[in-house]
Design a binder for this molecule. Structure first.
Ligand code: AMP
Ligand code: MG
Length: 401
């Protein structure tokens, strides 16, 4: 049986190039930017006023002038109006500063009567209350890097540089197939011997965060049907994600059928808990098959530990999965010769430290605990005792702050 590190290496060796496409930025949340985006003009594009007040020439203030005749009022969006030494413009936040002015004094520090603005303070700094042209970015500067995951801030930046059609990484076509004759659809009322299927929806929800709309299918534990359906799926999709049917049971046909369909087994079984029966293979056409165990926690763990990093690698995403570590908040013992992925709740303590509280459960089948957990903590294979205060890698699956 191979280790988690070996399994990861085999999976990450499967590089694919899915290309890119142009998408409307309003439909692009979760997608990965495929090219750098540059500023089409300076940001801000003019010397922008940041306070409501009056615009003056600092040199005039310096020579002792304290009263300025109001030449005009300039709102945001108005064209600029130039001034002389003894003049000012009443000017609003967001307006472009006239070339002849260089300083803005806020309304709170002036009184205006009969068209004359009198400054009521003694200290004024040249250039105050102005956001200078090009201060944030110069025309041609990269404002968004290829590989960035598109979120609200990216959309905001793209809009401000006029990029409403943006290049995004093309997504693989994914088929999600749950197997198991005991499964019924989540919308139906199960008999006592049946259970509602959840894995496909879970997997699909995670992929949706990347903009992938996968097709969902279900197969009974029947060899012929499985063979027939998987054969069609191998023609149609770039990636197949299966759950269930990869263990030692009499009706666990998935590995056998996949090999019959010429999907080369790259590994079967990993030294891990949960998720030991994980099967991974590649068809000659390049289609990859991730066949996870059916246990919902196992499938969930394998999804985050293997599939998401594989996806991010191939989409050339600047990983949102940056390596994260957390400190155990109590002693843990795990004696099985397997790498343990323990469900934990994460908390940020007052020292700014990420701490992990094990979520007690009834083994890998206990998926009710996923709701209370934030991450899997990956406890090294070669150890059995893990002490309070020690830091280990975590694989978060929730926003924890
Ligand atoms: P298997 O890997 O097929 O032996 O399934 C292991 C356990 O996970 C069984 O108790 C199944 O009923 C359960 N299971 C399998 N597939 C699903 C699914 N799609 N949704 C929820 N539970 C499942
Ligand atoms: Mg099954």
């Amino acid at each position: 049986m191979i280790t988690v590190a070996e399994a990861e290496k085999i999976i990450l060796a499967e590089t694919r190039e899915y290309g890119s496409e142009l998408v409307d930025f309003r439909n692009a949340a979760g997608r990965i930017l495929a090219e750098d985006i540059v500023a089409d003009r300076d940001l801000p594009p003019c010397n922008r006023v940041t306070m409501d007040g009056i615009a003056i020439r600092y040199a005039a203030f310096e020579t002792g002038i304290r009263s300025f005749s109001v030449k005009a009022t300039q709102a945001a969006g108005d064209a600029t109006i130039e001034i002389q030494n003894d003049e000012c413009i009443e000017i609003m936040t967001g307006a472009a500063l006239p070339d002849s002015a260089d300083t803005v004094i806020r309304y709170e520090d002036v009184t205006i009567e009969n068209g004359i603005a009198a400054v009521t303070i003694d200290t004024v700094k040249q250039g105050q209350n102005i956001h200078y042209k090009g201060r944030d970015k110069k025309k041609g500067d990269v404002v968004l890097r290829s590989g960035t995951r598109i979120d609200a801030s990216v959309i905001s930046m793209a809009a401000s540089v006029g990029k409403y059609i943006i290049p995004a990484k093309h997504l693989p076509l994914v088929g999600i197939i749950s197997t198991g004759s005991e499964l019924v659809d989540a919308g139906s009322e199960p008999e006592a011997h049946q259970i509602r299927s959840s894995n496909s929806y879970t997997i699909s929800a995670v992929l949706e965060q990347y903009g992938i709309n996968a097709d969902l299918m279900h197969l009974p534990d029947d060899k012929e049907t499985t063979e027939q359906q998987l054969s069609q799926c191998l023609e149609k999709y770039d990636v197949l994600i299966l759950s269930g049917g990869v263990s030692m049971g009499k009706y666990d046909y998935v590995p056998e059928v996949l090999e019959d369909l010429k999907v080369e087994k790259l590994f079967h079984k990993v030294k891990q808990r949960p998720g030991k029966p994980f099967w991974f293979g590649r068809h000659a056409s390049g289609v990859l098959v991730f066949a996870f165990p059916g246990n919902p926690v196992s499938a969930f763990m394998c999804l985050h530990r293997y599939l998401v990093p594989w996806l991010e690698m191939n989409l050339k995403a600047k990983s949102s999965m940056q390596k994260a570590y957390a400190v155990l908040d109590r002693d843990v013992t795990f004696t099985a010769p397997l790498q343990y992925f323990m469900q934990v709740e994460l908390r940020l303590n007052e020292q700014g430290q990420l701490t992990a509280i094990p979520v007690e459960g009834n083994g890998s089948g206990d998926f009710a605990n996923l709701v209370d957990s934030d991450a899997f903590m990956e406890l090294p294979l070669e150890q059995t005792n893990f002490k309070k205060g020690e830091a280990y890698r975590v694989w978060p699956f929730k926003n924890i702050i």
